[in-house]
Design a protein around this ligand. Structure first.
Ligand code: NAD
Ligand code: WQD
Length: 395
């Protein structure tokens, strides 16, 4: 078949207008990829595509880089229209020596999912339909079209109660076939596959999707599948033009604090002050969304260069550094120069006290690590928040 030059190929980003997807689309364009975004706007806004294009154009101009193509299709990734969208990226048959068409889409990053832990408990069916059934049908469509490079948005949530063991979480602690490895004490341990105290349907959708992807890759090793287990993504683009702006009411710490800072909420409830941590509040590994976005590009590049040896491979994307809830609040107070009223309450059901990424695998195989600090995250979040207030035209 006719080989397609890099300039003519695309990365398909499903859910590409959301918080992490929009930042990743921008980094892809900056890195020289052409991008097709599919999003049904269920938790994002159409304007985001213009902002991504604006920021990319600014970057290309300033750095004298060639322009790239950004296409947007408003569609549900579960709908039959996906078939015609993919078909529209096929090379014409008459240009192929053997008459076979190939798809210009060379890789997929799959962000499209519902993500509220709370909502998934009260409405599990839409979560399983969108996150699990949707992905299975989508994989079939990709396979039919010879698209076998797939990056999946997984989550640290799949480690479940393993997080409470108080050590950095390693990928081997959540696997899909029995795996033997050397633990932090130098002992050989065998990890059996399983879900570890996962308390929400949302978390289970992520585990199930990983298990499905593992099976698909095992059955056909020509797939390149990476599951990226995000720790706690925060921050936003430093321009203040892209950020976390969901249609749904947020439940994550940083966007909830932002609601308090902007007066939409009276005070922050701090869930739990009796954890075994320096100040009693829970510790998380917060990662700037731009670092996270770069992690996806690192995954595509590592797969293309053959640095990932297995057809399915999971990677933690985190900093390896933890902060307590109180430290996050202090950082946001500094960034906004405002006092944040807090009330200390009991633990939130299902929460773990400690969740930090082991970072070795991503450092070695993806040649990726985080660069930005928590203070940089909170400064960027506050910049986005004030920008939105100053320019009501912004989403
Ligand atoms: P988000 O809600 O901001 O982005 C998801 C995007 O997908 C939205 O733009 C939404 O409109 C779109 N979408 C949802 N269902 C769709 C469908 N059926 N068809 C087309 N588009 C659809 O969420 P996010 O924070 O950017 O998260 C992206 C991914 O990362 C999700 O899979 C999420 O589960 C995962 N993840 C997020 C976090 C986090 O804390 N934000 C942590 C770990 C994993
Ligand atoms: C962080 C800390 C809370 C809100 C969740 C999902 C996980 C992943 C990321 C997608 C915890 C505390 C929070 C508040 C608080 N998402 N907190 N008051 O719980 O680590 O992970 O988002 O995959 O699946 O479970 O993140 O930001 O909700 O909470 O005290 O109003 O802040 O108890 O200790 P979490 P979070």
């Amino acid at each position: 078949p006719l080989s397609i030059s890099q300039d003519e190929s695309y990365i398909l980003v499903v859910g590409g207008l959301g918080f992490i997807g929009s930042h990743t689309t921008l980094e892809l364009l900056k890195e020289g990829y052409n991008v097709v975004v599919v999003d049904n706007l269920s938790n994002s806004y159409r304007e985001v595509i213009d902002r991504v294009e604006f920021l990319a154009s600014e970057y290309w101009q300033q750095n004298q880089k060639p322009r790239r193509t950004l296409k947007f299709h408003e569609a549900d990734y579960k709908s039959p229209v996906m078939r015609s969208i993919i078909s529209s990226y096929m090379t014409p048959a008459h240009l192929s020596i053997d008459g076979n068409q190939t798809c210009k889409i060379k890789g997929v990053i799959h962000f499209a999912a519902y993500k509220s832990v709370e909502e998934s408990i009260s409405q599990p069916i839409p979560y399983y339909l969108n996150n699990v059934c949707g992905m299975v049908n989508f994989l079939q469509l990709l396979q039919e079209n010879g698209i076998q490079n797939f990056v999946f948005s997984s989550s640290a949530t799949i480690y479940g109660t393993k997080a409470n063991e108080g050590v950095a979480l390693r990928e081997e602690m959540c696997v899909h076939e029995p795996t033997t490895y050397t633990n932090s004490e130098g002992n050989q341990v065998t990890q059996e596959p399983g879900v570890f105290g996962l308390t929400s349907p949302y978390g289970r959708t992520k585990w199930m999707c990983e298990a499905i992807l593992f099976d698909v890759a095992k059955s056909d090793p020509t797939w390149n599948i990476t599951a990226l287990r995000y720790f706690n993504p925060v921050g936003c683009h430093s321009s203040g033009l892209l950020g976390e702006d969901p249609r749904q009411k947020p439940t994550n710490l940083v966007p909830v604090v932002v609601r308090v800072l902007t007066g939409s909420k009276d005070q922050l409830e701090v869930f739990g002050t009796d954890y075994d941590t320096p100040d009693g509040t829970a510790v998380r590994d917060y990662i700037h969304v731009t670092d996270l976005a770069r992690g996806h590009i690192a995954a595509l590049a590592a797969a293309a260069k053959g640095r990932i040896k297995e057809p399915f491979r999971a990677f933690n994307l985190g900093s390896g550094r933890g902060y307590t809830v109180k430290e996050v609040v202090a950082s946001l107070e500094k960034a906004s120069s405002k006092k944040i009223p807090v009330v200390e309450t009991g633990r939130r059901p299902g929460d773990v006290g400690f969740c930090i990424a082991g970072t070795d695998r991503a450092a070695t195989e993806l040649e990726w690590k985080t660069e930005k600090t928590l203070d940089e995250c909170t400064v960027d979040v506050w910049n986005f928040t004030t920008n939105k207030t100053a320019k009501p035209g912004l989403v």
